[in-house]
Design a protein around this ligand. Structure first.
Ligand code: XIL
Length: 352
């Protein structure tokens, strides 16, 4: 390896975690662009959601260079970890956590409880009858203990519950089986179980459209209520799946301030910015995206309460937003393009 490249690699390794980490074989065309994570190291970790099959590809090399945090895009969801009661399959999640460990990256855990991707067995007794409240809570406790316990000390923050707020739901909560079978206390129990399993993990409520005023008011009230009851809630995850227009940067700024005033951390957990033609008509989409990403990062950096920023993907080569789009009409929501090259949005963000 040429000396100059060796030096870049060596200095990257020292900065990421303060001890020796092998960042092997970073191709020079990747390493010649400043690392996003290093650039923001004084402010917050920069993360990306990943699937295990991406890790040993060129996308994995890009990931290790530019990011110092990972989230499992799907591998840690309940239905993937415990498809059958009592039969855990940790292989995919372990691959992600091991990769993070080898590269000195943090891991955000996503997610211990969600109304989607909860396996059907959760809701049935052995005889097929609907499961009782006690049974469901016992299963939740077992699941949370097994998962957060396994990754104790390696997952530094958990999305304990995902998408539980709904502005039109009963008591501002989403009308799910969790709510119907257990009642609103299921949220507090999920946090208590997570705390028991890993007392050092930061515990989050994660949700989308947290900037929408009615939903935001619901979420603020829920966080305040939980904390008043002594439930260990440390922060709010703002998914931040946005487009070129909404929400305004001012609304994001205001939202982060309102949650900071409650004394909780803010993690930006699933950042991406759709510029598909339907979400962003008009010319110069990549440039408009870059300017908006720059303005958003300025706001994130202005809030000391913002302690993590994670993107929902590494590059435009793999984004959930394209799952149902035709090849002729692909979205480009992230900082690296489908060939993994940096986009105008990347350059705008490393200037901030
Ligand atoms: C999405 C994944 O990206 C998809 O691959 C999967 O098919 C469905 O879930 N909010 C969340 C994430 O909290 O878990 C979702 O992830 C995207 C929306």
């Amino acid at each position: 390896m040429p000396l100059r490249l060796r030096m870049i690699v060596a200095s990257f390794a020292t900065v990421v975690n303060g001890c020796a980490v092998v960042v092997d074989r970073v191709p020079p065309d990747i390493a010649r662009h400043p690392s996003l994570a290093r650039h923001h190291a004084a402010k917050f970790p920069i993360g990306a959601a990943v699937e295990p099959w991406q890790l040993e590809t060129r996308a994995g090399q890009l990931l290790a260079w530019h990011f110092n945090s990972v989230t499992a895009e799907n591998a840690m969801k309940p239905a993937n970890l415990q498809p059958v009661e009592g039969r855990f399959d940790f292989a995919a999640a372990d691959a992600i956590v091991d990769f993070a460990g080898r590269h000195g990256m943090k891991v955000r855990g996503h997610t211990l409880l969600w109304h989607e991707e909860t396996p059907e067995w959760f809701w049935r007794e052995a005889d097929g009858k609907p499961a009782t409240r006690e049974r469901v809570l016992e299963r939740l406790r077992t699941h949370v203990h097994a998962v957060a316990g396994r990754y104790r000390g390696r997952v530094y923050a958990w999305d304990v519950v995902n998408e539980v707020v709904h502005p039109l739901g009963p008591g501002c909560l989403r009308d799910t089986r969790w709510l119907q079978v257990v009642g609103p206390e299921y949220i507090a129990w999920a946090f208590r179980y997570a705390r028991e399993a890993d007392p050092s993990a930061r515990l989050f409520l994660n949700d989308f459209e947290t900037t929408e005023p009615t939903k935001r008011a619901c979420l603020l009230r829920l966080v305040a209520d939980l904390r008043a009851q002594g439930v260990p809630v440390h922060g709010v995850g703002h998914q931040m799946h946005i487009d070129l227009e909404k929400p305004t940067v001012a609304e994001v700024d205001k939202t982060l301030g309102l949650f900071a005033a409650l004394g909780v951390e803010g993690h930006i957990t699933e950042l991406d910015m759709s510029i598909a033609a339907n979400a962003a008509p008009g010319p110069a989409r990549l440039e408009r995206q870059a300017a908006r990403y720059a303005a958003l990062f300025e706001v994130f950096m202005a809030h000391p309460s913002v302690t993590a920023v994670s993107f929902w993907g590494i590059s435009d080569a793999r984004t959930w937003l394209n799952a149902k789009r035709s090849p002729a009409d692909l979205d480009q929501p992230l900082l690296f393009d489908a060939q993994l090259a940096p986009k105008p949005a990347y350059f705008a963000v490393v200037k901030k």
